[in-house]
Design a protein around this ligand. Structure first.
Ligand code: HEC
Length: 160
């Protein structure tokens, strides 16, 4: 194992996408049901229902073999294999993907993980920007409001 693989194996997907600066957000605690009703209305989503519907088909075609048809990923996604490669992570809001602003999510899909020492293939030759956004809309439609709200804060912070 060379140094790079060992780093990936040790620090996992957070390191792969640059989440090692100590600013890694902590997963928000689940809001108790009694409090949910009193909290502010959920933030509005950036995508439309039409995008979610188009994204479903595209995800099944291009992403589901690795990330699973329901975007739940591999159960052992945090454990690198003998080659230092990480299994496909969940994208359904339970994994790490919601720590990334939209611009980085787009970039990951466009360029894949290979340039960073991972194994996800790039999609920029197969999918245009609209198709990638449709897929991300479908992916994010799985995220419960509390995850989406936490992501939205990260997204605002990193974009402004
Ligand atoms: C050949 C398997 C494979 C395919 C196909 C694939 N991925 Fe991945 N994906 C991975 C792996 C493995 C990772 C972990 C990083 C790496 O090794 O590159 C990953 C990481 C990601 C991440 C970062 C997640 C995180 O928690 O940081 C996103 C977002 C993502 N993939 C989206 C997609 C989308 C959208 C598609 C379809 C357009 C897709 N992937 C297709 C294997 C795949």
């Amino acid at each position: 194992m060379n140094r790079r693989w060992r780093l990936v194996a040790l620090a996992g997907i957070a390191a792969l996408y640059g989440c090692t600066d100590g600013s890694e957000p902590v997963d928000p605690p689940p809001a108790p049901a009694s409090r949910q009703a009193r909290t502010a209305p959920p933030v509005s989503r950036w995508y439309t229902q039409e995008q979610v519907i188009r994204g479903y088909g595209l995800f099944q075609q291009h992403c589901a073999t690795c990330h699973k048809p329901d975007a739940s990923g591999a159960p052992n996604w945090k454990t690198a294999d003998a080659q230092g490669k990480l299994p496909p992570p969940p994208l359904n809001g339970t994994g790490h993907a919601w720590h990334h602003p939209l611009a980085l999510l787009r970039q990951i899909v466009r360029n894949g993980g290979i340039p960073m020492g991972g194994s996800m293939p790039p999609f920029k030759v197969k999918l245009d920007g609209r198709q990638i956004d449709d897929i991300l809309a479908w992916v994010q439609s799985h995220w419960p409001d509390r995850i989406y709200t936490a992501w939205n804060e990260i997204n605002q912070r990193k974009n402004h």
